[in-house]
Design a protein around this ligand. Structure first.
Ligand code: CP
Length: 308
């Protein structure tokens, strides 16, 4: 069996079989990162370029490590240190990379739709590492993998996503992916941070964290994305935190064994209290470890890896 896609641009292009195949492949790669010699020859002779137009710690590092652990030649390009600063267009940048014959380009861009645009114009595989507010498919896949690890399943679980839903590509990708695998997804934020018509994606909308957490198996907290144009959506951070943060008082409304997630970077004391982020219900660092495994699986599946 192979994947039914050439590029990974979003989660809605994935069938449920594709999703399970990626997660199962990631499971087989997980132990490589715990060995003394953290390297296999799976992508020997392949070239992977990480092209990042926005800052990143987790996604960029894990894609670079994923490529290296699979023996690919891995190159990193930051827009701030590239010819983009001299006025080169995205298309010219991609065409120049294509002339060097890479097997895959992992791209993060501030514009929604940038990864789809790239995929229309190049021959190599494009992996979307986040485009504007639109999609962050590898984040949603690693989140699903983490939920499956913790709960043994995803189907039927109540997942509550709290925070800046409007500006969050993580929320959009998770809503689509988790709904696809049978989760009951709710979102919670001040009304100013809930996009119009989001109910049409099949989610329940809450404006009060206590209601939103009632019976939740999993809670996913999101950062306020001030960098994504738009002004303040609430009077003060203190007020936001008072009504929408996950802390020792609000977590009581969720199930006792609720799994606490955050894609990072966290703003401690704003959307999540430190004792919860570092507490025993938190899987924030296991999410990062699973991110590496998911990205190894995707590079293997899309950059033409061979188990031999
Ligand atoms: N979750 C996530 O995308 O983190 P980075 O921005 O650090 O990659």
């Amino acid at each position: 069996m192979g994947l039914g896609i050439k590029h990974l641009l979003d989660v809605y292009s994935l069938s449920k079989d594709d999703v399970m195949y990626i997660l199962d492949t990631a499971d087989t790669f997980k132990d490589i990162s715990t060995r003394d010699i953290k390297k296999v020859p799976t992508l020997r002779g392949k070239t992977v370029i990480n092209l990042f137009f926005e800052p990143s710690t987790r996604t960029r590092t894990s894609f670079e490590l994923a490529g290296k652990r699979l023996s690919a030649d891995t190159i990193n390009i930051s827009a701030s240190a590239s010819s983009v600063t001299k006025g080169e267009t995205l298309l010219d940048t991609l065409k120049n990379l294509e002339a060097m014959n890479p097997d895959a380009v992992v791209m993060r861009h501030l514009a929604s739709g940038a990864a789809h645009f790239a995929a229309k114009h190049v021959d190599f595989a494009i992996i979307n590492a986040g485009d504007g507010r639109h999609a962050h498919p590898t984040q949603a896949l690693l989140d699903l993998m983490t939920i499956r690890d913790c709960k043994g399943k995803a189907d039927g679980l109540k997942v509550t996503i709290v925070g800046d839903i409007n500006r969050s590509r993580v929320a959009r990708s998770n809503i689509h992916l988790l709904s696809k695998v049978g989760c009951d997804v709710s979102v919670c934020a001040p009304a100013s941070m809930i996009p119009a018509g989001i109910e049409q994606l099949g989610v329940k909308v809450h404006y009060n964290i206590k209601d939103a957490l009632d019976g939740a198996d999993v809670v996913m907290m999101l950062r306020i994305q001030k960098e994504r144009h738009g002004g303040n959506y609430f009077p003060t951070l203190r007020e936001y935190s008072r009504y929408f943060s996950l802390n020792k008082d609000t977590i009581k409304y969720a199930k006792e064994d609720v799994t606490v997630m955050h894609p990072g970077p966290m703003n401690r004391g704003v959307e999540i209290a430190s004792d919860i982020a570092d507490g025993e219900l938190s899987v924030i660092l296991p999410q990062v470890a699973n991110g590496l495994a998911i990205r190894m699986a995707l590079l293997f599946l899309l950059a033409g890896g061979s188990r031999q």
